[in-house]
Design a protein. Structure first.
Length: 395
């Protein structure tokens, strides 16, 4: 095995060299605590934190005072939902609207909040994973305090009509939270234009380090604190700031902003090459997610009559890294809740593989992946006890 092809960038990305170089200064040169501002080392750290905050805010068309650093996207999601819920329960608001294909950081938080009397409406999606705006409007109640819809799905790549949802939320005076973890760096996010009140982000999806994320909170939003302790993050999120990680996050966003257009052009072309190659060379496949309203780097197919786990093991033997869905549920034997929500049966959903690309992937990598997948699927179908012989004979 000589070739290595990493196609699981939705799970995590390689930290960019420029990011590492920027971070290194804050491990041993400017290592002060940003709360210790009476001496230079502390001030240097504080300045670095605020520079990263400004960079991220400008990228989102937000005010820097509306960006709060967290330990990652999951914490940001938890803070958004729990913070809004606990701030509004005694105000007669106890209803959240979300969708059936959200990340488990949202779905499990909603289940947790139900213990405290919060009612959750889980919107259906169509076969492409898009929410129904009319169903959303009908789900709104006088008690509705929050709508939480992910910008783009982490498994099938479908991009939701965020601006339209934001308009509905604003017209009904309901807070709008967006899980933007997968979307950051791949779609244009403008919290003003899209009427977003809260936005969750994570650095390690865009070439930054793991363990750092952020929550955008629109000024004036009623939300309780999630982590209690000292007065860091303007008294909203306690804990000594991980300066090096924050610096890395800021640098990663800076690079995303600089390379945004060229990244989209290159990765979209590679994505389409992979989609077309699989559809042309492998019969009995289903492209999951919207054919055009999808992330530039996302390719998710279901391969009938085979198991996704077997595909992944054989791909790994050929040097290709991929996934069967969300990295947070990769140890589960259950089929993807996202794919089931789009109408796939259990058997077909089990045979699904997600490839997520980056700008380092070459056309040769894509062609190698197509050829490898063709051989793997042919091999597995020839041995599969769940294949449909008549279908395969006529393919």
């Amino acid at each position: 095995m000589s070739r290595k092809v990493y196609l699981d960038n939705a799970a995590t990305t390689r930290v960019k060299k420029e990011v590492i170089e920027e971070m290194n200064n804050y491990f041993d040169k400017f290592y002060g605590n940003p709360s210790s501002q009476l001496y230079e080392l502390g001030r240097k750290s504080k300045e670095a934190v605020e520079k990263a905050r400004r960079t991220i805010a400008e990228f989102l068309n937000a005010d820097e005072k509306e960006i709060y650093f967290t330990a990652g996207g999951t914490e940001a999601d938890n803070w958004a939902l729990k913070g809004v819920a606990f701030a509004n329960l005694n105000k007669g608001k106890n209803h959240i609207i979300t969708s059936k294909i959200e990340h488990h950081a949202i779905l499990n938080t909603c289940k947790y909040l139900e213990k405290f009397g919060v009612e959750t409406t889980y919107l259906d999606v169509d076969k492409y994973g898009l929410v129904d705006l009319e169903q959303l409007k009908k789900a709104i109640k006088p008690e509705t305090m929050l709508i939480s819809i992910m910008f783009a799905n982490n498994e099938i790549g479908t991009i939701q009509p965020i601006e339209e949802i934001g308009k509905i939320a604003k017209e009904n005076k309901i807070l709008f939270h967006v899980d933007g973890v997968q979307a950051l760096g791949s779609v244009k996010i403008d919290v003003q234009k899209q009427n977003i009140d809260l936005l969750s982000m994570s650095a390690h999806k865009i070439g930054g380090p793991k363990g750092i994320g952020a929550l955008y909170i629109r000024k004036g939003t009623r939300i309780d604190n999630f982590v209690h302790g000292g007065g860091q993050e303007r008294g909203r999120r306690a804990g000594t700031e991980g300066v090096q990680n924050i610096v890395g996050f800021g640098k990663a966003v800076e690079i995303v902003k600089r390379d945004f257009d060229s990244y989209l052009e290159r990765v979209t072309a590679l994505r389409d090459r992979l989609i077309e190659g699989i559809q042309k060379n492998i019969p009995h496949v289903i492209l999951n997610g919207h054919p055009t309203k999808r992330l530039a780097n996302n390719v998710n197919f279901s391969y009938k009559y085979v198991e996704g786990e077997s595909i992944l093991l054989l791909l790994d033997m050929e040097g290709i890294s991929a996934s069967s869905g969300s990295a947070c549920t990769s140890g589960s034997l259950d089929p993807s809740h996202v794919l089931l929500a789009t109408g796939l049966d259990h058997g077909t959903a089990h045979g699904s593989i997600r490839f997520t690309l980056n700008e380092e992937i070459t056309e040769e990598d894509i062609d190698y992946t197509i050829e490898t997948m063709k051989k793997i699927i042919e091999k597995l179908r020839s041995m599969s006890p769940i294949k449909n012989d008549e279908d395969l004979k006529n393919s």
